[in-house]
Each structure stands twice: as structure tokens, then as C-alpha cells.
Design a protein around this ligand. Structure first.
Ligand code: OAD
Length: 251
């Protein structure tokens, strides 16, 4: 059942901001980062995979890991939660801020206001920063991605091509945080879906929006680092809860 107060807020809201994290894509089959034994960071040390230093030290290993993740994303589909958010966007002004580097919101039909942690497929040169669109046949190959793969070279400067994600120690994409803060603090309702609320500055967004009087609703099966800040914690998964919310709005 959709919490009554949430439905009341939703019915009145013109502008809805949504912060999504890895749990949003979990039911599509994309592993989260922290919350189980199969999470990405419980199987790999982020410092060996997700830092500029790691790429400089062993670009073939890091590129292979990202190819593996790109291939995984290519093979999965948006879930009913992504689809419900896209449908909500037809009925209301919905601004999605995601920490996810996948493209499942877009493939469901949403426009994403900000990819705070970048996008896997927006590859660019490690040295000169030139965006480089890659056609990667490896992503369609039948064999497993080998443990090491040579990253392609930049046509402009000869540097190595890197994934378009934000690595630890790097700054967020230009303006992404400002745009997100503006959207969240000026919304009538903020949904916080599938994030542990551990990584900054993303986790600050609901706190500041809440401080500005925006009602905050967490959609997550378990308690998180920021649950205490929420007005409502709805203990449901993204793919279960968001379609229920849409149905209730349409009923
Ligand atoms: P986490 O892995 O830290 O947290 C995932 C959250 O999703 C947890 O709170 C789970 O309870 C929740 N969850 C799991 N399954 C769910 C489902 N089906 N529906 C709803 N919620 C579900 O992921 P993030 O908070 O996104 O950064 O992590 C933030 C950042 O940490 C990532 O963007 C990544 C990582 O380091 C970078 O790569 C820069």
C-alpha cells in the first residue's frame, strides 16, 4: 500500500525531484555497491579499480573491468521502477538526479537532469579530456571479457580512452551538483530511491532540500544512513513501489 501522506503530497506536487542510487537498477540485474555479498565493492577494492591512479598504474586491468560492467548494462533492461518514473514524467515535472552510471533511466524514456557520477558509455581521453564515442565490438562478443584489455587510443593526442565515470578523488561533472541542488530544493516532493546515502556530496541533496521544507520520501527496503532525515520511509523496492505510486496517482 502506498503511504497515504505520500499519495497526498504526490497529488499536489507539480515538481518532483528524484535522487536515485544503485538500488534503482538492482532489479534489472545490476549489482549494487555495498549492501550484499554480491555488491561490487565487496568483490573488488575500489582503490584498485576506480581511481585515476589505478588507471595510470594498470590501464588494461581497469579498462577490462569497465568493459565487463558496460557489457552487463547493455544486456539488461530498465525495470518497472524506471518505467514508472518515466510515466510519472509525463504527468508531472520530474527531475531525476542519479548516481548511477548506467543508462537505464534514459532507456526507460526519462530525461536525466544530472548523472552525478558520470556515465559509463560517455568515454573520453584520459589525457586531453576529449569526448570519444566508441563503437565497442567487445560488448557484443560472446566470450567473456578477458582480465586485461588495452584501452583504445585518442585520435587527437594519443592518450588512453577511459570510461566516463567519476572516480574516487575526482570532481563531479561541471554544474551537475548545482543543477541537482537547484532542482531538489525547488521541488514540491523529493523521492530518494535505492541509495545508501553514504557517498557525498549526493547524500547532501535530500538534507538540504529537507531543510528548505521539501517533503522527503525514502524508497528502499532497508534503513539507510539518511533514513532519519526522511519524512516517510517506505520499505519497498524500486520496482515494486514506483509502479504502485503511479497506479495510485492514476486511480
Ligand atoms: P549502494 O550500493 O551504496 O546502496 C544501494 C542501496 O540500494 C542500499 O541502501 C540498498 O538497501 C538499496 N537497494 C537494494 N536493492 C534495492 C531495490 N530493489 N530497490 C530499492 N533500493 C534497493 O549504492 P549508492 O548509494 O548508489 O559511486 O552508492 C553511491 C555511490 O557509491 C555510487 O554511485 C558509486 C559508489 O562508490 C561512484 O562510482 C563514484
Amino acid at each position: 500500500m502506498v503511504p497515504e501522506q505520500l499519495l497526498a503530497w504526490l497529488k499536489q506536487a507539480n515538481r518532483i525531484s528524484v535522487l536515485t542510487g544503485a538500488g534503482m537498477s538492482a532489479e534489472s540485474g545490476v549489482p549494487t555497491f555495498r549492501d550484499s555479498d554480491s555488491s561490487l565493492w565487496s568483490r573488488y577494492d575500489p582503490m584498485t579499480m576506480a581511481t585515476p591512479e589505478a588507471f595510470e598504474e594498470d590501464p588494461q586491468m581497469v579498462w577490462a573491468w569497465y568493459l565487463h560492467r558496460m557489457r552487463l548494462i547493455r544486456a539488461v533492461e530498465p525495470n518497472s521502477g524506471h518505467l514508472a518514473l518515466a510515466s510519472l514524467g509525463v504527468r508531472r515535472h520530474v527531475e531525476i538526479v542519479t548516481q548511477n552510471v548506467d543508462d537505464l533511466h534514459e532507456r526507460a524514456g526519462s530525461t536525466v537532469l544530472a548523472h552525478l557520477h558520470g556515465s559509463l558509455f560517455e568515454t573520453r581521453c584520459f589525457d586531453c579530456d576529449e569526448p570519444v564515442h566508441l563503437d565497442l565490438p567487445e560488448l557484443d562478443a560472446e566470450d567473456d571479457v578477458p582480465e586485461r584489455v588495452q584501452p583504445p587510443f585518442c585520435n587527437r593526442c594519443g592518450g588512453l580512452i577511459r570510461p566516463g565515470v567519476v572516480w574516487f578523488g575526482e570532481i563531479l561533472p561541471p554544474d551537475a551538483f548545482e543543477r541537482s541542488m537547484d532542482a531538489c530544493t525547488n521541488s514540491d516532493l523529493m523521492l530518494v530511491v535505492g541509495t545508501s546515502g553514504i557517498v557525498q556530496p549526493a547524500a547532501t541533496l535530500p538534507l538540504v532540500a529537507g531543510g528548505a521544507g521539501v517533503p522527503l520520501v525514502e524508497i528502499n527496503p532497508v534503513e539507510t544512513n539518511i533514513s532519519d532525515e526522511m519524512d516517510i520511509c517506505w520499505r519497498v523496492t524500486a520496482a515494486e513501489g514506483l509502479p504502485l505510486l503511479l497506479d495510485a496517482l492514476d486511480a
